[in-house]
Design a binder for this molecule. Sequence first.
Ligand SMILES: [Zn+2]
Length: 127
Amino acid sequence: MERKVLLHNDVLDSILSYCQMKHPNEGILILKGKSKKGEIRIDGLVIPPFNYTGPTFAGFPHSFLPFDMSYVGIVHSHPSGSAEPSVTDLHNFFGLVSLIVKSPYDDNSIFAWDSSGNSIPLSIVEN
Ligand SMILES: [Zn+2]
């Protein structure tokens, strides 16, 4: 099945400012949106409760999350400048898609991955 991720541009701006603010630590946010026929549209963000971050890790206890069908995945930052998911990232995969933002957190620093670590095409869309 052909998959793609559509990211609203105001959500992208919020992600980039959040990650800049967290630097040199990682930042982590929950992605809200909808998925239909392989197309994942991301139109909102939630700060995960009890999240913990450091320079090389970011996470949160999934058991504190309410069951919410609009949670389509997670975005987190890599201050190191690599956009590849780590083994830990794949173990902690949540939802349908994992976005990774690498330093310096500009419009070309964001990438989408599936639970096997394969890249998914990402497009920025107007709201
Ligand atoms: Zn990571």
